[in-house]
Design a protein around this ligand. Sequence first.
Ligand SMILES: [Zn+2]
Length: 705
Amino acid sequence: MAQKNGDHAEARERLDALRKEIAHHDHRYHVLERPEISDAAYDALFRELTDLERRFPDLVTPDSPTQRVGATPSALFVPVQHSERLLSLDNVFDDDELTAWYDRAARGLGRSPPLVCEPKIDGVSVAIVYERGRFVRGATRGDGTVGEDVTANLRTVRGLPMRLHVEGREDTLPEWLEVRGEIYLPIADFERLNAELGDAGRQLFANPRNAAAGSLRQKDPAITAARPLRIFFHGLVHAVGLTFRTHHEMLAHLRTLGLRVHPRSEPQPDLASARAYVARLLADRHALEHEIDGAVIKIDPLDAHTELGTTSKAPRWAVAYKFPAEEQTTRLNDIMVSVGRTGALTPFAMLEPVRVGGVTLQMATLHNPDEIARKGILIGDMVVVRRAGDVIPEVVAPVPSLRTGSERPFVMPDRCPVCGGPIERPEGEAVTRCTSLDCPAQSLERIVHFASRGAMDIEHLGYSTAQALLDKKLVADVGDLFSLTAAQIGTLPGYKARSTQNLLKAIEAARSRPIERLLIGFGIRHVGGTAARKLADAFHAIPALARASAADIAKVEGIGPVIAEAVRAHFDRPGTLEVIEKLRQGGVRLEEDRTRAAGPLTGKTFVITGTLTSMSREAAMKRIDALGGKVTSSVSGRTSYLVVGADPSSKLDKAQKLKLPLLDEAAFLAMLGDADGAPAADAGSAEAAGEVGEGVRPEPETAGA
Ligand SMILES: [Zn+2]
């Protein structure tokens, strides 16, 4: 089809604009290290340019970004000419594109080659030279031809050997070895670094890669040294005197020289297994200590690399399989404040909708006002947002260079944004709370929490139903749920006969939940599943717990004063006792028989350490339990006996310090036997029983077992 002149002129204009824009972002990214747009947005621009140039080949210019590999080096470091150009990789974004790449390579070779796969670390590429086994030089990639000499800073990188490992003789070392690797900052260290920068009021890094690049290009190597950079090697440029058949064989050799090779570098026999590798890596993405933005797939036999060669920009024998971006840049339109069931006011970001991590994001958490100040976020800022795996989407950092002057700071409201009630921020706490007792936001959150699966598990009672119940004033609190009638529920929007019966059935089922679930449902601060179980075990009745003093509650093992105070404060809140009364009248279980029949060991608490020869630890615990005793995992002043098996742990030292009675295995068996009123063990029970007096050793000095 003939091209119309109009198309051509339009394409020329668009190409010009794209090239200018890409050049601008290249400069921001490579030279200033302050990118304004996400990698994905950059990739999209680059793709558009490539596609357009493919359609209009006569419009390709020598200075087009597609004709270059990267960016110009800055003047800060001495330029280094790479012995061989560091190419970038072509990208594929799905299995079909990967297959197309592989088929093209296979056609070129006339055979279907095996592959080798590795994680694509989101870091900084470097070329490293060893002469006779000594590290002599390291350079960044730069524009691919000329990089920057960062030798001094690389010396501070953990895992970068200054001397190669030699097994046996020195002369086995290659005369000259140039390898390529990726410098990265582990995610945990990145987060620590950003927290420190934020505390110091300095600009944060948008992601670990920028942090790694910024750290590597420090004028002062001492600063680089303070940042725990790491390296993985993934390629060989030259090794004088060494030859390899395959890429993975070469990687294995690098490993023997003491160079870190990624443990997830794996040869794959064919395309299908490479695709499976990519799927596995994507699933494990967040289990790695560093960020990855995809997988690199290379053709394994090295002779195939020579055969296939490279394009002007990238090798034909390797490709980057890019994963969906987890970070994007977008505008922070506003900061709103939500109110939780405990009255906590939480600021959150209203974003210009943006695709990230596979979903469209419109909101992201900002945690609390301190966090906003620490990150230096202003309303109206362009911000980097992140959504990774199951983690709640968050605003990572602002992009201050894009400010227009119209941005404004966030101010925490001085009244509850939902009920207009008073708010307070207790000293030493990061969270501000609405203290109003009838704040509808809190009522809603409390009902939804009460009905949630981990608490009373009332199916069909989610946000919309809870909101409707509150709106119609059918309930004011969770106590009212149990007096709801079919006629009342039937007035809710969308409720018909069937759905009404379903909700009533779900409420009925909740009446007999264990009281620990009720305790969870109350949403008392600091009281999760474990504390609720301990409280239920100790009090086995809500009214008894409601009457207990904080001091009494704190006596329960595993319940500290903070939890005890929170429990007391909950029951002291006006209205709480009325709620409990409503629950009682509504037929909700408030007490249960959690006591066991008293046994000979009732009131005794045991801790077991070391290995018992006559029974497993589990069996021992069951025996103690059956006799009414209690087994706990840690030694304290409340421990009655420490049972000491072979190879005891430090629990023994602690028990000795506390001068607790110790039982060796024989004495323990004897005690069980006495308590059982039957022989404790098959063999030697009489003997064991005879040792009770000796085996029970209240004096630590005599404990030898
Ligand atoms: Zn409120």
